[in-house]
Design a protein around this ligand. Structure first.
Ligand SMILES: Cc1cc2nc3c(=O)[nH]c(=O)nc-3n(C[C@H](O)[C@H](O)[C@H](O)COP(=O)(O)OP(=O)(O)OC[C@H]3O[C@@H](n4cnc5c(N)ncnc54)[C@H](O)[C@@H]3O)c2cc1C
Length: 414
């Protein structure tokens, strides 16, 4: 793989950009791999990357039914933070956040990580108590967050209206090193690094069946034929229930559409990310100037990977209270992704009832921020059978009652 650098850009400029190579290869599948990962979203690609980087396992295929990064990884609002309440969550999200800090250098690919700071607004007394508690928990976990008063919120976000008609802003939980990154670039950067290690990323290759013998996986059936493997990682977010059904077990996951929208581009007006969980909307400004706006999930389970009118209305109505300037913006695009939600709003990084099948799912509305940490832990689990970061996220916790309850703590879990 040729390194990207300022020197390379200058060199290519002199020869009319004829020397660039493709960022990743697009091979036909081999008959057999040591490891198959299903799903070329951020989590699947990061798993493959760390299998190669940390464990030297490179006879790996990543199978993707559409195009890489075309699932939730390319559809999210890119918020990165690690201010979770429970210890296992803080550990994996903080690992991920810290890996984001150096991801562009590690991958030699600019993922545009922008640690501009994230505020979660407290707009009820309940939220004030909740976020103060999270700030204390974060201090014990070594995660840097702080409780800030309304005056400081206004200083950080001049366009905010502190005196909303229903819910005035009473303060906020501030994570200075939270922020955003370019979501497609995260997928593309990992894909390029995996391909350079000799792994095969095979797009337009849907897994249609999972084959096992004597309780152990032996391969998968795909739209490009049967492929054998020793180990299988299922990393398909909202489609995880379909995959697990093919393998003969069920997951404690529901799938539901989550929507987002962007406005027309405007001049820079807000240089932090703001989440307003009570009124249920959140916003940041992209480098192009668009206001990136996220709302909640649909109230019913579905696989409708698209937007709907009532969400525009609900989300924009909520934001109008907190940011009156939103009422003057034209909205450009709206879309949806199918997210995989567990009962305690925490993910699954787990062994399964079939030997050598591992599942990584349940990131729901908030898994973009977790991609590098999740890939790190999943690779460790697949390579060695054990990962300290993943230990508490076993699917067995739903049998044993050992929930990692982030549902109330997270409010809107993005
Ligand atoms: C609107 C929206 C906003 C969000 N905002 C945020 C946010 O601000 N911050 C945050 O942290 N998270 C956010 N999220 C959540 C985040 O996007 C997801 O948790 C994360 O991207 C999941 O990544 P993944 O790699 O697990 O799944 P995906 O990116 O969905 O990848 C799974 C892949 O598996 C493929 N696949 C499925 N079935 C098969 C099959 N049978 N064979 C082969 N391939 C298959 C799919 O095509 C897909 O490409 C948001 C999500 C949405 C939808």
């Amino acid at each position: 793989m040729k390194r990207y650098s300022a020197f390379a850009v200058a060199r290519e400029a002199l020869r009319y950009h004829t020397g660039w190579e493709r960022a990743w290869r697009s091979p036909e599948p081999k008959r057999r791999y040591d490891v198959i990962i299903v799903g070329a979203g951020g989590h699947g690609l990061a798993t493959a990357y760390f299998l190669g980087k940390n464990f030297g396992i490179t006879n790996v295929a990543v199978l993707e039914k559409g195009w890489l990064g075309g699932g939730n990884t390319g559809r999210n609002t890119t918020i990165i933070r690690s201010n979770y309440l429970q210890d296992p969550s803080a550990a994996i999200y903080e690992k991920a956040r810290s890996l984001y800090e150096t991801m562009s250098q590690d991958l030699n690919y600019n993922v545009m990580f922008s640690p501009r700071g994230v505020i979660m607004l407290a707009q009820t007394e309940h939220e004030v108590r909740g976020y103060k508690r999270t700030a204390h928990a974060n201090a014990l976990q070594g995660v840097q967050t702080e409780w800030i008063e309304p005056a400081r919120v206004k200083e950080l976000v001049p366009i905010i209206n502190l005196e909303g008609p229903r819910y005035p802003v009473l303060g906020g939980l501030w994570q200075e090193r939270g922020g955003t990154a370019r979501h497609d670039a995260v997928a593309w950067g990992y894909a390029r690094a995996c391909s350079a290690m000799g792994m095969d990323i095979i797009q337009k290759c849907e897994v249609t069946g999972v084959r096992s013998e004597n309780g152990r996986v032996v391969g998968v059936d795909t739209t490009k034929g049967a492929i054998d493997c020793d180990k299988l990682g299922m990393v398909v977010a909202g489609n995880c229930s379909h995959l697990s059904e093919m393998a003969g077990f069920r997951l404690p996951v529901e799938s539901v559409a989550l929507q987002a929208l962007v406005s027309e581009p405007i001049k820079p007006c807000m240089d932090v990310v703001v989440m307003a969980n009570t009124v249920h909307g959140y916003m940041s400004q992209s480098d192009k100037g668009e206001m990136v706006i996220g709302g909640g999930t649909d109230g019913f389970n579905n696989y409708t990977q698209r937007g709907s009118f009532h969400h525009i209305e609900e989300t924009v109505r909520a934001l109008n209270e907190t940011f009156p300037m939103v009422s003057r913006l034209k909205m450009l695009r709206q879309w949806g992704g199918i997210v995989d939600v567990t009962g305690d709003r925490s993910p699954l990084i787990s062994k399964t009832p079939v030997d050598n099948i591992f599942v990584n799912a349940g990131w729901g509305t908030g898994g973009f921020k977790a991609i590098p940490g999740s890939g790190w832990a999943m690779a460790e689990l697949m390579a060695t059978g054990h990962s300290p970061l993943a230990e508490e996220f076993s699917m067995m916790r739903f049998k044993e009652g050992k929930f990692i309850d982030e549902s109330v703590a997270a409010g809107v879990a993005h």
